[in-house]
Design a protein around this ligand. Structure first.
Ligand code: SF4
Length: 369
């Protein structure tokens, strides 16, 4: 039986910033997850609804699983000025996608950690049938905030999380140095326990994606709209999306825990996310609107942005260009009216109409009565 201190030491050596573990009982937060699915809040993310029983029971993922181990790596990189990120002529990219694709960085280290932990293990970074945030809370790594993120009280929420299920029981040491089985470890976190009366994330969401604290309607979430949604972005939501072209950080950026405690990691794994590159964090919209497939692949290969594909990223850039409202975008948008992708053509036409309407309104407002 491995001891908690040995597991922690090894996790830190392997480059993880945080590690916690809990007995592999029923998944915490199961009721919340099922209610979220039945309300249809997952939108087109059909994979979330597929075999939900697997997400709710670690035994269905690894028969004989005894422990769930959760690791975290900070992806806070600071260093890109807000004036650049908020420049409407640039498309804004969520912080987690500024560097290398985190799956490529974290998954191999997590698999190696799983092999060290036990004879049998299953390791997942975001793509498996494990509710990482709920387990991270159960493992004592923080609390789930009203914005649905896992918030570590001393590091904030800019954290990549990974899960390993193992068929070994781990031993938890008490502070006085004796040991007790992990299964006797008490759970201290309760829902939104660290939020108190704060509602900054709920108030700041421009698309009103939180129908209630801790409930995210993905269908209105900018992250979902710019990454997961494959079709047309609902017209009524487009003007609310600002310059986001891949993901969104608003509900984390405003969180007092992030503002106060978020800091870059010294871990060797986190080096893959440095140094932050301005053109990755906030590429110029005119560049994005002019990308052909070859340019897109060359520019974003090895990053999480590939998930959106060229057509998705250009669709999003069209929405951001409409919100920018500048004539400068019109030549590139007009070229996109002949794009091979109907999705791109439709969003380019919307952006052109929006810019014209904006210009007409401005000239009307400026003309003497
Ligand atoms: Fe909780 Fe406030 Fe952070 Fe939202 S912004 S997660 S309410 S502490």
């Amino acid at each position: 039986m491995l001891s908690a201190s040995l597991v922690r030491e090894r996790a830190l050596e392997m480059g993880f910033d945080l590690v916690g573990f809990a007995p592999a009982g029923p998944t915490p937060g199961a009721e919340r997850f099922l209610a979220w699915l039945s309300a249809g809040h997952h939108g087109q993310m059909a994979y979330m609804a597929r075999e939900p029983e697997r997400r709710l029971d670690p035994q269905r993922v690894l028969p004989g699983a005894r422990t769930v181990v959760i690791v975290g790596v900070s992806y806070e990189t600071l260093a890109v000025p807000h004036e650049i990120l908020q420049d409407p002529s640039r498309g804004r990219i969520a912080r987690y996608a500024w560097g290398a694709d985190y799956h490529d960085v974290i998954a191999p280290a997590l698999r190696a950690f799983g092999e060290w932990l036990a004879k049998e293990s299953r390791a997942y970074v975001d793509t498996g049938p494990v509710l990482e945030r709920a387990w991270a809370e159960r493992c004592g790594l923080g609390f789930i905030g009203k914005n649905t993120c896992l918030i570590h009280r001393k590091r904030g929420s800019y954290l990549f999380l990974g899960a390993v299920l193992v068929n070994e029981e781990l031993r938890m040491e008490e502070e006085i140095g004796t040991a007790r089985p992990l299964s006797q470890f008490s759970i201290r976190n309760s829902q939104f326990s660290g939020c108190g009366r704060c509602t900054r994330c709920l108030d700041a969401c421009p698309t009103h994606a939180f129908p209630a604290p801790g409930v995210l309607d993905a269908r209105r979430c900018i992250s979902y709209l710019t990454i997961e949604l494959k079709g047309s972005i609902p017209v009524e939501l487009r003007p609310l999306m600002g310059n986001w072209v891949f993901g969104c950080d608003i509900c984390q950026d405003v969180c007092p825990y992030v503002r106060r405690f978020s800091r870059p990691s010294n871990s060797p794994l986190a080096k893959a996310f440095y140094p932050p590159n301005v053109e990755r964090a906030a590429p110029k919209l005119l560049d994005l609107l002019s990308m052909d497939r070859t340019t897109f692949n060359a520019r974003f290969k090895g990053t999480a942005i590939m998930r959106a594909k060229r057509r998705g990223l250009i669709r999003n850039a069209c929405v951001a260009a409409g919100n920018w409202g500048s004539d400068e975008a019109l030549p590139a948008l007009r070229r996109l009216l002949d794009d091979e992708e109907p999705l791109v053509r439709e969003h380019a036409a919307w952006a052109i109409a929006t810019i014209r309407a904006c210009a007409a309104y401005t000239s009307h407002a400026a003309s003497p009565m």
